[in-house]
Ligand binder design. Structure first.
Ligand code: ADP
Ligand code: MG
Length: 466
């Protein structure tokens, strides 16, 4: 993607000089040069190394206790509970023995009450509904059903099926959980409902995404989420993990959950913070945390755009200086509206007009307003995709020996799946930092709902001897 100031996406036809000058200022803040990215990547790599040596660093590099890989030939049905930032999914995954998986799943939206208070009881009730609706609930005579539990929040894993919550992220804030074993909390809630379900694996969503990708494609080395939040996991040689004090696995490798969303949170020194990012951070429920995630993921991009919109409106450079109650409210702009704005190629930008006048509650918009809105969506999205490449490049260059043969990356999350050009800008940016003869070995693909399927696959690996 071009980063030149004359990029046609950022030359607003019909704009006043002041409007264009404001857009030019945004372009300067949001379009990152390759050399900026290179410097940030170098720091990212340093932070990875630091996290491999000791606990409590910015990149936590958490051992997942997953040391095996599926072969792709395994068969049977396995279960998982997938708690994301927005939804809860109950999954029954049936493996066909040829790398293919059929899934049956049921989606529940987290209620505000669940997010603030009753989370584990809510999950247990969803498990009950899922099993009862399908007549799968084990009776007293039957063995309990084992389930993998995908939990996409930072956990200090203490075994394959236990882990202490380090902190909440992505809008969840249930009291009394930080510092406790989340499997115990869920197992107790299941017990309260008398459900014969055993949580056999606690899985980060990135680890799940990697494992589901590995079932379909044995050369998978990395799993990434670009959804409500962002994070990644990869297979690391255990001899590179100085802080690992447990037994050496037979395979010699273990999946590490990087918790990369936290990158640069300690000193805010490397990422390209703009006043719009700082404003978001200050008002978020986790200020000065998850700095990288806040520039990349679905939960935040709409809010960054909202801050930019208000900055322009307050200078009377947008909407004739008008705002609305909706626009004035934090988090009122969903990132999916940015996708919609980029896709709109109609002559009057009628889709964007709808968003402005219906969704944002601003009564009137000019064509120039809509063009500016579209430019904002491009800027915020492109910066996210380019920054995303940093983590990918740093991780791939960490084990360059793997780049001499095919290497696959499984990616899940609505940003990757739906944000226009995200995938293309990401791949193109990665290609600028990895030599061509190695880049050609790299493939990316959508591991749709991989986080849950992977947890079911890990539950399978736990039940299977070597
Ligand atoms: P989770 O992270 O909970 O597993 P998803 O991967 O579905 O869930 O991501 C949800 C996030 O993606 C939300 O923050 C939402 O705003 C954002 N999102 C949903 N649809 C789109 C879209 N079409 N374009 C960009 N972002 C989207
Ligand atoms: Mg998810």
């Amino acid at each position: 993607m071009s980063s030149s100031p004359t990029d046609p996406r950022f030359v607003i036809e019909g704009a006043t000089e002041e409007q264009q000058a404001a857009v030019d200022e945004l372009v300067k803040q949001f379009l990152l040069t390759d050399s900026q990215l290179e410097a940030i990547t170098k720091e990212f790599r340093r932070r990875m190394e630091e996290g491999l040596v000791a606990d409590g660093k910015v990149l936590k590099m958490i051992p997942s206790y997953v040391t095996k890989r599926p072969k792709g030939t395994e068969t049977g049905s396995y279960y998982a509970i997938d708690l994301g930032g927005t939804n809860l999914r109950l999954i029954r995954a049936t493996l066909d023995g040829k790398g293919g998986v059929k899934t049956e799943h049921q989606k529940f939206t987290l209620t505000e009450e669940a997010k603030a208070r009753t989370l584990f009881d809510f999950i247990a009730q969803c498990v009950e509904t899922f099993l009862d609706d399908r007549n799968l609930r084990p009776t007293g005579q039957q063995p309990p059903i084992s389930m993998g539990f995908t939990f996409s929040y930072p956990v200090q894993q203490t075994s394959i099926n236990s882990g202490i919550l380090v902190q909440w992220t992505k809008g969840l804030n249930v009291p009394g959980c930080v510092g406790r074993d989340v499997v115990r909390l869920l197992q107790d809630a299941l017990l309260r409902l008398g459900l014969r379900v055993k949580i056999s694996a606690l899985v980060n969503d990135t680890v799940g995404t990697l494992l589901s990708s590995a079932y379909a494609n044995p050369s998978s080395q990395m799993g990434i989420i670009f959804g409500t939040g962002t994070n990644a996991a990869y297979y690391e040689d255990v001899s590179n993990v100085a802080k690992w004090k447990g037994p050496n696995p037979a395979s010699g490798e273990m999946v590490l959950n990087m918790e990369w969303g936290a990158f640069d949170s300690d000193d805010f020194a490397f990422l390209p913070f703009t006043p719009h990012d700082i404003k978001l951070d200050r008002k978020s429920i986790n200020p000065r945390k998850q700095a990288y995630e806040k520039m990349i993921s679905g939960m935040y991009l709409g809010e960054i755009a909202r801050n930019i919109i208000l900055w322009l409106a307050d200078q009377r450079l947008l909407f004739d200086g008008r705002s609305s109650d909706i626009l004035n409210a934090m988090w009122s702009i969903d990132t999916s509206y940015l996708s919609a704005a980029i896709i709109d190629e109609s002559p009057t930008l009628s889709e964007i007009q709808q968003v402005i006048e219906k969704t944002m509650g601003v009564p009137r918009s000019t064509l120039v307003d809509r063009r500016i809105l579209r430019a904002i969506a491009h800027l915020v999205g492109e910066r996210a995709a380019r920054l995303s490449s940093i983590g990918v490049v740093a991780t791939l260059l960490k084990r360059p020996e793997l780049l001499s043969k095919p290497i696959h990356i499984g990616i899940d999350g609505s940003m990757y799946e739906h944000f226009p050009n995200f995938e293309c800008i990401l791949a193109k940016t990665v290609s600028r930092f990895i030599p061509e003869h190695q880049f050609k070995n790299i493939s990316f693909s959508l591991a749709k709902d991989g986080s849950g399927v992977g947890a079911a696959i890990i539950a399978m690996l736990m039940a299977t001897e070597d």
